[in-house]
Design a protein around this ligand. Structure first.
Ligand SMILES: *Cc1c(COP(=O)(O)O)cnc(C)c1O
Length: 227
């Protein structure tokens, strides 16, 4: 099988799962954006997925991402930076990222806004929530979400998109994403434009769709098992 046929097969399977989950949740398929998480995979795979109609791609390491962005600069791609944010990388990330998913502290908001201003770009920022309140693996505890979101909305070149989360290890993803939906609803009462819920990976996309996810970040079930 060619790599393109393999990717096509994987994409069809993922799309079937999404369609089924949307149907069960009585949601239109268009209410969910599929992001292909291409970390560790070559730019040629992004090219092939682009030929198959994909337009949203997620990367988590700046160096790897910038190489691919440079190589694929002729393609119309919406780049999602989904990795943890180191403040010394923000200047660079701001040059290519359209959406930054893992904003989890005030220092990152300030740094990313300054970087976006330097690049004369507007970047959509999502607040990463640590659903179980354990901030050691990234994300801010639920109690801090609104305050951080307020900083994003006040930033000149950032636009608040909404929230992002990874289901905590050992927690039922259905329960985790139900909590995330509550947090998102509370946030939208203050910031009605913050409608994005980035949740759901290969193993738990159904639970994410059931609980209102608008963006899925799918790596291994689309591209294969990472080395
Ligand atoms: C790698 C990664 C994903 C994709 O995970 P899969 O299980 O391969 O689908 C999603 N979100 C984040 C933040 C990631 O780092």
């Amino acid at each position: 099988m060619t790599r393109k046929a393999e990717l096509q097969k994987n994409l069809t399977e993922v799309e079937n799962r999404i369609a089924k989950a949307c149907q069960a949740a009585r949601r239109p398929r268009e209410s969910v954006t599929l992001i292909a998480v291409t970390k560790t995979w070559p730019a040629s795979d992004i090219q092939l997925l682009h030929e198959l109609g994909m337009r949203n791609f997620g990367e988590s390491k700046d160096q790897e991402a910038s190489q691919k962005v440079a190589e694929l600069s002729k393609l119309d791609i919406n780049w999602h930076f989904i990795g943890q944010l180191q403040t010394n990388k923000l200047n660079h990330i701001a040059r290519y990222a359209n959406v930054v998913h893992a904003i989890d502290r005030a220092k990152v908001v300030a740094g990313l806004d300054t970087a976006a201003q330097k690049s004369a770009r507007e970047i959509v920022g999502l607040v990463q929530v640590s659903i179980d309140g354990d901030e050691s693996r990234g994300g801010i505890a639920p109690a801090g979400v609104l305050e951080l979101a307020n900083l994003v909305t006040a930033a000149q070149n950032l636009r608040l998109g909404g929230v992002m989360a990874v289901a905590p290890l050992g927690m039922d993803p259905d329960l985790a994403f139900a909590k995330l939906l509550e947090i998102s609803k509370a946030l939208q009462k203050v910031h009605p434009q913050a409608t994005t819920i980035s949740a759901g990976m290969s193993s738990d996309l159904e639970a994410a769709i059931k609980n209102g996810a608008t963006h899925l970040r799918i790596g291994s079930d689309l591209l294969g098992k990472r080395a």
